[in-house]
Design a protein around this ligand. Structure first.
Ligand code: ZN
Length: 163
């Protein structure tokens, strides 16, 4: 599936191929909340990095959060690069050199109509804002941090991978 995305001001447009376009994963971590998620969470999907084409790339800036390192009082720069438009601030996609074949567009940046997920995952709930309403019920699976199941496996097991 070909996905088209853009920022709000229109300086940046991008397109990418994705076999995993269901926006099912709501991340409640502080970085997603502060940088992209006014509802207390942000949603990333997954595309193939090699197919990414960007128009207006000079307006794209990346943010690398500093996170507390295990067993240390110092903060270390996260390898994950959260790309956003320097003109309007729209969150665009996350790229991480640990998984170079993928990139993770924010669902909010995608203009192509995405398929509606039949169920959802709420993750990083250990970091959720106390005011955030966390949906629950049979269609919702909760994780205090990251789930084991990858985005590709989630789509594959449910027969939702798209050609
Ligand atoms: Zn913009």
């Amino acid at each position: 599936m070909k996905l088209e995305g853009s920022c709000h001001c229109g300086a940046v447009h991008f397109r990418v191929e994705s076999h995993t376009p269901y926006p099912y994963m709501r991340c409640y971590c502080s970085i997603c909340r502060k940088t992209a998620g006014g509802g207390g969470y942000a949603i990333n999907i997954m595309g193939e990095a090699a197919t990414l084409k960007v128009r207006g790339a000079k307006h794209v800036t990346a943010y690398q959060a500093r996170l507390p390192a295990a067993g240390s009082t110092r903060r270390a720069r996260s390898p994950a690069r959260r790309h956003f438009c320097a003109r309007c601030g729209s969150a665009l996609w996350v790229a991480d050199p640990r998984w170079p074949e993928w990139m993770y567009p924010f669902a909010s940046a995608i203009d192509t109509p995405l398929p509606k997920p039949p169920e959802e995952v709420e993750l990083m709930l250990a970091y959720a804002a106390p005011w955030a309403e966390i949906p629950s019920g049979p269609q919702h699976t909760h994780f205090s941090e990251y789930p084991e199941e990858s985005i590709a496996d989630w789509h594959g097991k449910r027969g939702l991978a798209v050609a």
